[in-house]
Design a protein around this ligand. Structure first.
Ligand code: PLP
Length: 375
């Protein structure tokens, strides 16, 4: 880690925590099922390449990404195994799907026909809509599904659906999940009875795997849980499963300055010192993914195990902290925006709550400029 201490703002990835979460989630899998972690959006900001390579080393050999370029980046960095693209890919890119051995999701029947017409012999998983009403051919559209399976240039290696429930601790959400899974399996059964071969089926993301693993499937596609996070603080408080956060977000204190009572700081002087104040200027800003809505005391960072409120407006590259009450803060010290310091911790859920969103958004927007390292 020592070379890390030269950075301006960075992400530390806890290898042991990732391994723990993989083992924890694998233990929940029904027999015949494997992990196909969601490493889309740069592995929820963690860094898709280091995370996927580490997962490869832990024996994980299937991944899902959102876009073809995310998939190509993994291949170019030596990631092995199946890589499923969950979202839209222009049919013109079909040669790249073939070249990089990427599996494309069939979004619906007309998409299948377009992709088939590209004559590229590509691997696909067919998305079946069982109620989310986002991507997927409707489960009751057997004719259209048959048409998809009859596409000569599409090598169908799987089929999947996505559950719309977002709080599996609620009976209504569990009921909807089981209803969707029944519709999905029934459709799969009908297609198999017609003689179509569907090697792998899958339906579960983090919530489903944690709360309704019996729904089964040959893969589970956890994202947020794998990173040891849950979407909201409420879920975090309710969770019985012990998952460990993988990511810490840290930044350097560039300098410490004194303000006299009555002086302002930052754009618009939104902060005004009510007393003589010690300010730490930290090398991280909203361009790094720190939400600007944490400005003016809404958010904070940990310095030497103490919470230091953010003062004034968060800038593109810099943020001001009030460290008046924290002893011995000097330039070069580290401020922790997500993670632990002393016996204090700020979780991604805490930040999400302050910013009025979910931890998924906070994490996935963490910027390109942050260095990412496993330790
Ligand atoms: C993002 C995504 C996942 C992972 O979701 P989590 O809730 O983070 O586990 C799984 N499946 C699909 C289709 C997704 O889009």
């Amino acid at each position: 880690m020592t070379d890390f201490y030269q950075g301006r703002a960075w992400i530390e990835l806890d290898r042991a925590a990732l391994r723990h979460n993989v083992e924890r989630l694998q233990a929940l899998l029904p027999t015949g099922s494997a992990l196909m972690p969601a490493v889309k959006a740069n592995a929820y900001g963690h860094g898709a390449v280091p995370i996927s390579k580490e997962l490869n080393a832990l024996g994980v050999d299937a991944f899902c990404v959102a876009t073809i370029f995310e998939g190509i980046k993994l291949r170019q960095n030596g990631v092995r195994g199946e890589i499923l693209i969950l979202g839209y890919t222009h049919p013109q890119y079909a040669p790249f799907l073939h070249q990089y051995h990427l599996t494309q999701t069939v979004l619906d029947c007309s998409y299948a026909l377009e992709l088939d017409a590209c004559n590229q012999n590509i691997n696909v998983h067919v998305k079946i809509d069982t109620g989310m009403h986002r991507l997927g051919e409707r489960c009751e559209h057997l004719k259209e599904l048959q048409q998809i399976f009859d596409c000569g240039q599409l090598h169908i290696t799987g089929a999947y659906t996505h559950l719309y429930a977002d709080d599996f601790t609620l009976p209504v959400d569990r009921a909807s999940a089981f209803k969707q899974s029944r519709a999905f399996y029934q459709t799969i059964e009908q297609l198999r009875e017609m003689g179509y071969v569907i090697p792998k089926v899958h339906l579960l993301a983090s919530g489903g795997l944690l709360h309704c693993p019996d729904i089964g499937g040959n893969y589970a596609r956890p994202g947020i849980a794998l990173y040891g996070q849950l979407s909201t603080k409420e879920e975090w408080n309710k969770a019985e499963d012990e998952l460990r956060p993988v990511l810490s977000l840290k930044a350097r204190i560039a300098l410490v300055r004194n303000l006299y009572q009555g002086e302002g700081a930052g754009y618009g002087h939104q902060f005004r010192a009510e007393r003589d104040t010690k300010i730490a200027v930290v090398s991280i800003g909203y361009a790094d993914g720190l939400p600007r809505s944490l400005s003016n005391g809404i958010g904070g960072a940990l310095v030497h195990g103490h919470i230091a409120p953010i003062v004034g407006r968060i800038c593109m590259d810099q943020t001001l902290l009030d460290v008046t009450d924290i002893p011995a803060v000097v330039s070069g010290d580290i401020a922790v925006f997500i993670g632990k310091s002393g016996n204090q911790e700020i979780t991604a859920c805490d930040v999400a709550e302050q910013a009025g969103t979910i931890s998924n958004e906070i994490l996935s927007r963490l910027g390109e400029r942050l260095e990412r390292r496993l330790a």
